[in-house]
Design a protein around this ligand. Structure first.
Ligand SMILES: Cc1cc2nc3c(=O)[nH]c(=O)nc-3n(C[C@H](O)[C@H](O)[C@H](O)COP(=O)(O)OP(=O)(O)OC[C@H]3O[C@@H](n4cnc5c(N)ncnc54)[C@H](O)[C@@H]3O)c2cc1C
Length: 255
C-alpha cells in the first residue's frame, strides 16, 4: 500500500489558532494573524483541546492519495461521511489482470495462499470472459443503432466493464483520494488506529497519522486511538494493551 499526504491547508496550526483567537478576544480581521508565533499558536491549540472546543479545527484540511488497498478497505474508509473522496472507477477503467491484496494471514499459510491465488485467477478469467461476451453483444446493438465501428466498440467496452465487474472480489486493489478536515481526521484516527479496527484500514490510518503529524505536530499531538491520551472506551472489547499502544504511537509520531 502507498499513502501520500498530497496537500493540506498551509500553516494549518496558525489558522486554527486564528479561529480560536477570533472566538476569545476582541481581535479584528486585520490583526487576527498578528503575533501568532509558534508558542502562541501552541497555547491556543492546547486551550481548545483542554476545553473540548473542536469546531475551529474544522477550518483546515488534509488530502491523502492512497493506492494498493483492497476494495474491502476502501469500503470501510468511505463510511466516514464527513469527508470527500474520489475513487478509481471500475466502469471507466478495465480491471483486466486486476491487482489484488493478499491478507498477511492468508499469505502465511501455503495451503490458504494457494486457494486464494486460484480464486483470484478464477475471478480474473471470469471477468475477461464476461467483458469479451458483453462487449460483442453491446457492439452489435450500437452498430445496429447506426454508430460507426470505432465508437460502437469504445462504448461497448465501457458498458461491458459495468457488468463484468460484478465478479471482482473484495481483494481487488483500488486507488482513492481522501480529503478530511482535522476534526474528522481526529475522529477517524480514534476509530481506525485502534487495535479493534481491521488490519488494513488500521495500516492506512496509522500512515495517515504519521504524515499528518509531520505536517502539524502540535495539532495531532494527542491524535490516535482513545487510549493514547485517556482511558480505553472499548469495554469488554478492549485489547488491554494501552501501555504498548501509547509507546507505539509516541514512536510513530516522532518518525
Ligand atoms: C471497529 C469497527 C467496527 C465496525 N463494524 C461495523 C459493522 O459491523 N457494520 C457497519 O455497518 N459498520 C461498522 N463500522 C463502521 C461504523 O459504524 C461507522 O460507519 C464508521 O466508523 C464511520 O464512523 P462515523 O459515522 O462516526 O463517521 P462519520 O460518518 O465521518 O461521522 C462523524 C460523526 O458525525 C456524526 N454524524 C454523521 N452522520 C450522522 C447522522 N446521519 N446522524 C447523526 N450523526 C451523524 C456522528 O457523530 C459521527 O460520529 C465499524 C467501525 C469500526 C471502527
Amino acid at each position: 500500500m502507498k499513502v501520500e499526504l498530497i496537500a493540506h491547508t498551509p500553516e494549518p496550526e496558525k489558522y486554527i489558532a486564528a479561529a480560536a483567537k477570533l472566538c476569545y478576544s476582541n481581535a479584528d480581521v486585520d490583526t487576527l494573524l498578528d503575533g501568532l508565533d509558534e508558542a502562541k499558536t501552541a497555547s491556543f491549540l492546547e486551550m481548545l483541546t483542554s476545553i473540548g472546543h473542536e469546531s475551529p479545527v474544522e477550518h483546515v484540511s488534509f488530502t491523502f492519495a492512497v493506492e494498493g488497498i483492497s476494495r474491502a478497505c476502501s469500503h470501510q474508509l468511505v463510511r466516514h461521511r464527513i469527508a470527500s473522496y474520489s475513487q478509481q472507477s471500475q466502469r471507466y477503467v478495465s480491471m483486466e489482470n486486476f491487482p489484488y491484496v493478499t491478507p498477511p494471514e492468508i499469505a502465511s499459510l501455503p495451503e490458504a495462499n494457494a486457494l486464494f491465488e486460484e480464486e483470484m485467477k478464477r475471478c480474473a478469467d471470469a471477468y475477461d470472459k464476461l467483458a469479451a461476451l458483453l462487449t460483442e453483444k453491446h457492439c452489435k446493438t450500437f452498430l445496429a443503432e447506426g454508430l460507426d465501428e470505432k465508437t460502437a466498440r469504445q462504448r461497448a467496452v465501457k458498458k461491458a466493464n459495468e457488468d463484468a465487474r460484478f465478479v471482482l472480489p473484495n481483494a481487488c486493489e483500488t486507488k482513492i483520494i481522501v480529503t478530511m478536515n482535522a476534526r474528522t481526521l481526529m475522529h477517524f484516527f480514534r476509530l481506525r488506529c485502534c487495535n479493534r479496527a481491521q488490519w488494513e484500514i488500521r495500516e492506512v490510518a496509522c500512515e495517515m497519522l504519521r504524515l499528518a503529524c509531520k505536517a502539524a505536530p502540535a495539532l495531532f499531538k494527542n491524535a490516535g486511538p482513545a487510549c493514547v491520551c485517556g482511558a480505553c472506551p472499548e469495554g469488554k472489547m478492549s485489547c488491554g494493551k494501552a501501555a504498548e499502544m501509547r509507546e507505539m504511537f509516541a514512536k510513530l509520531k516522532s518518525e
